[in-house]
Design a protein around this ligand. Structure first.
Ligand code: ATP
Ligand code: LTN
Length: 336
């Protein structure tokens, strides 16, 4: 008797905050991989608006940015027929599971999260409890979908590890309930650095707009920012210690053109930064052009966006509810 073995696809979950405009760092560290993964995995991607309000947001702006992130998911190639795309606040199970997981997270381990330490320094006038329990909500996001892999930039690795610890603690206390997730961090592009301060990560909340490139930046702005990028007093386009600015530009150029860093070094051998920086600019302009144009188109079609997030929330809620029901039973809540 012949037997067809169909392996169950593994599940991927990730999210992006609508806390500003997306940068080239968000794209190369996260969104680009979301798209690559959707062919081989069961993918669930969320716009995490509930995470965004851990720092003050202007409500109309938050609403607009939430749709912008969804449009950018689609513009980067995510296909609602293949991946589940939704808005976090539309699926109440996220908040519900987060509460339970709060009771399985130790105060000490939450206190060690470096993002909390950074953000509470940067927003010292608003160190709210939500900012502190942010990683627990993130664990709920991940664990609700029985996620195997979480594609993120390297700055989120510690949060995924916390989600693993919480899942293991819960499974150990009761019995196997959650799949233990793993971070999925790209080899290249996991931490794109600021163009103005290459020792800091490129961040959309940087006060200096020359430090980041936005997916929606106009070509002339991208060219200007690349030409002004901070490099070093050496002139060679090679990677090396202390050449953080150049290392970063080589990574960006390599990812934008599909070349390896070695090929980039060979291409610019004997040529200086005066040639290299505009070439990086042009490569980024071409990489982002179709994404920007597609996003602009989609944002003119609110009905379509609405149909995507409605359908996505329905699919997500079904999966999430299955896990939440199991959790409620295990902790001893009376069935409704
Ligand atoms: P902020 O910059 O305001 O702190 P953020 O960009 O880190 O916010 P998100 O928008 O939620 O926060 O991040 C979405 C994804 O992009 C995450 O997976 C994160 O790891 C990744 N990411 C963010 N910045 C970079 C970067 N500079 N390089 C690579 N990946 C990044
Ligand atoms: N904290 C993440 C955003 C995020 C996320 C998630 C990423 C919220 N929930 C679940 C992966 C999986 C950030 O990038 N700042």
């Amino acid at each position: 008797m012949s037997e067809v073995i169909t392996e169950k696809k593994q599940t991927i979950f990730s999210g992006v905050q609508p806390s500003g405009k997306l940068t080239l760092g968000n794209y190369l560290g996260a969104l680009r991989n979301f798209t690559l993964l959707q062919e081989d995995y069961n993918c669930v991607y969320c716009v995490v608006d509930m995470h965004a309000i851990t720092v003050r947001q202007d409500p109309p702006t938050l609403r607009r940015q939430t749709l912008e992130v969804l449009a950018q998911y689609l513009a980067c190639g995510l296909d609602p027929a293949k991946s589940t795309l939704f808005i976090q606040s539309h699926v109440p199970a996220h908040a519900e599971l987060a509460w339970i997981l709060n009771c399985f997270t130790m105060f000490g381990e939450a206190s060690r999260m470096t993002q909390f330490k950074d953000k509470s320094q940067r927003h010292s006038d608003n160190v709210n409890v939500g900012l502190f329990t942010y990683p627990v909500l993130m664990a709920a996001d991940i664990l609700l979908y029985q996620t195997d892999k979480v594609p993120v930039g390297v700055d989120q690795k510690q949060h995924v590890e916390l989600a693993r610890n919480i899942a293991q603690r819960f499974n150990g206390t009761f019995s196997d309930t959650f799949v233990i997730p793993e971070p999925y961090i790209p080899r290249e592009g996991a931490k794109i650095m600021s163009l103005q301060d290459p020792l800091r990560k490129m961040s959309k909340s940087d006060e200096n707009a020359n430090g980041f490139i936005l997916l929606m930046d106009k070509p002339e702005d991208i060219m200007r920012k690349c030409k002004r990028a901070v490099t070093d007093s050496d002139t060679r386009v090679v990677r090396g210690e202390g050449k953080d600015g150049v290392n970063n530009l080589i990574t960006i150029y390599a990812l934008a053109t599909g070349k390896t860093p070695e090929e980039v070094e060979a291409e610019f051998a004997g040529r200086g930064y005066g040639d290299f920086k505009p070439a990086v600019g042009e490569a980024v302009v071409e990489l982002l052009r179709p994404i920007r144009e597609k996003t602009e188109d989609l944002l003119r079609n609110k009905d379509y966006l609405e149909s995507v997030y409605h359908e996505g929330a329905q699919k997500a809620a079904y999966q999430a509810r299955k896990t939440l029901d199991k959790v409620y039973r295990k902790v001893g809540f009376v069935q409704r």
